[in-house]
Ligand binder design. Structure first.
Ligand SMILES: Cc1cc2nc3c(=O)[nH]c(=O)nc-3n(C[C@H](O)[C@H](O)[C@H](O)COP(=O)(O)O)c2cc1C
Length: 170
């Protein structure tokens, strides 16, 4: 089975997940390629594509939609993966990609995990905290602490288990 793992990652969190997926599938023929290096013309050369992105303003990066739109033929099977900092509002991130894929391919599984918000500088994050009322601030600080360093070893382990279970079921 030929597998492509491709992703958009602004600050490296989603890339960590992508690399873990590759490590987990070392018995297969796997390519790991950033999304901007994927040739749309050979996109359907793969039996399975793991397609990933961070979530930005509730959506995956537009490079995913562009790839799926510009490929003359799509692979048969997709697995989506994402990282996100919030616990709400990320669930619909692949909406436009799903719309483009329509019924052409199967989306056989999805994986997501938390990713530290490294794209927002710490002083900006702190000034955002300063604007919150005390109770909300406490909650947000707790959330920031919980996000720190994610995806962590446990997250990467889950990503590997997930990837293996997907391929075993195919
Ligand atoms: C400009 C920007 C917008 C973001 N918007 C969201 C969002 O809407 N929902 C969310 O859960 N996380 C959001 N995040 C957090 C990222 O999804 C999270 O940190 C993710 O792990 C980044 O992945 P990457 O390191 O692969 O780019 C945003 C981050 C940035 C920098």
């Amino acid at each position: 089975m030929k597998i492509l793992i491709t992703y958009f990652s602004n600050t490296g969190n989603t890339k960590k997940i992508a690399k873990s997926i590759k490590e987990a599938l070392s018995d297969e023929e796997v390519e790991l390629t950033p999304i901007n290096e994927v040739d749309p013309l050979s996109f359907n050369n793969y039996d399975l594509v793991f397609l990933g992105s961070g979530i930005y303003a509730s959506r995956v990066n537009k490079a995913l939609v562009e790839l799926v739109s510009s490929a003359p033929e799509l692979p048969q099977n997709f697995v989506f993966f994402s990282t996100h900092a919030s616990l709400v509002g990320y669930q619909d991130g692949f909406k436009l990609v799903k719309r483009k894929i329509g019924n052409v391919s199967k989306i056989i599984a999805e994986f997501d995990c938390c990713g530290d918000n490294l794209g927002i500088p710490e002083d900006t994050r702190n000034s955002m905290l300063d604007k919150l009322p005390p109770e909300k601030r406490k909650e947000a600080e707790k959330h920031q602490q919980w996000l720190k360093g994610r995806p962590n070893e446990e997250d990467l382990k889950k990503a590997k288990e997930f990837a293996r279970s997907v391929v075993e079921k195919l």
